[in-house]
Design a protein around this ligand. Structure first.
Ligand code: BTN
Length: 246
């Protein structure tokens, strides 16, 4: 089992940016936890609401290898983490679903988002930063200020959530399966990830920065890409994008 260390910051622009700036000195397994982020970042240059006390804003520094090869499953580490979050939410009696690539939803509303970023020089990996924002303790008003359907764990359970307890359970479970995940890759979690998926078998549209494609969500490849069956019956492997479905 890998080990971790938590660095607690009162305020930072973004825990991911802090980790990326300090990668040379931060060691494998270092967790950066912030009370508040002034520039919390989401996927596709979006923001992440990050001023709420006792919510979870954190990044994990991972240095699994020096040299990257095709089978290093960095891109699907966020998917592994999304499943771990689902498992921890179950301890709180909350059943969550996964919206590819790595959003965690409860009844269609987002409770957690993940942002993975790597720093490389040629084939050499300086480090991978796995950022997680989890809505643990928010008011209805704070939830409504988010520009997409969202929910917070305290509102689902009806009581405040102890962030340290949640974080400890999350990191313990993450690191207990991390080594095997890095050896095996997405195929290790494909079945579990598929079962928790919100839109498999449905007609979906995937948008990315300047393109859009529709089809039937068929499943996942062994590296965590989405298999889309287009209206022409062609199977396409989609590696990035936002999914829309009814
Ligand atoms: C998304 O769903 O778009 C991803 C959101 C990721 C937010 C977390 S909060 C901690 C870490 N630091 C950041 O700036 N972003 C991630």
């Amino acid at each position: 089992m890998g080990s971790y260390n938590i660095l607690r910051l009162d305020e930072v622009d973004s825990t991911n940016l802090y980790a990326l700036r300090n990668l040379d000195t931060l060691t494998d397994g270092q967790v950066i936890l912030a009370e508040k982020q002034t520039h919390g970042r989401g996927r596709f240059q979006r923001g992440w609401v990050s001023h709420v006390p006792n919510n979870l804003y954190m990044s994990i520094v991972l240095k699994p290898c020096r040299e990257l090869n095709k089978s290093t499953p960095l891109a699907s580490l966020t998917q592994y983490m999304a499943l771990v979050i689902c498992d921890i939410l179950l301890f709180y009696g909350v059943e969550a679903g996964l919206k590819w690539p790595n959003d965690v939803l409860v009844r269609g509303s987002k409770i957690a988002g993940l942002l993975g970023e790597s720093s490389t020089v040629g084939k050499c990996l300086k480090g991978f930063v796995l950022g997680a924002g989890i809505n643990l303790n928010m008011t209805q008003g704070e939830i409504k200020s988010i520009d997409q359907p969202a929910v917070s764990l305290n509102l689902l359970t009806g009581s405040p959530v102890n962030r340290d307890d949640f974080l400890k359970a999350l990191l313990t479970q993450f690191f207990s399966g991390y080594g095997l995940f890095m050896e095996t890759g997405f195929s290790l979690i494909k079945e579990k990830f598929s079962k928790r998926s919100t839109f498999l078998g449905k007609k979906i549209t995937i948008t990315s920065l300047n393109s859009q494609i529709s089809g039937l969500a068929g499943g996942y490849s062994d590296d965590g890409s989405l298999l889309l069956i287009t209206e022409e019956g062609e199977e396409k492997e989609i590696t990035t994008g936002d999914v829309l479905y009814p």
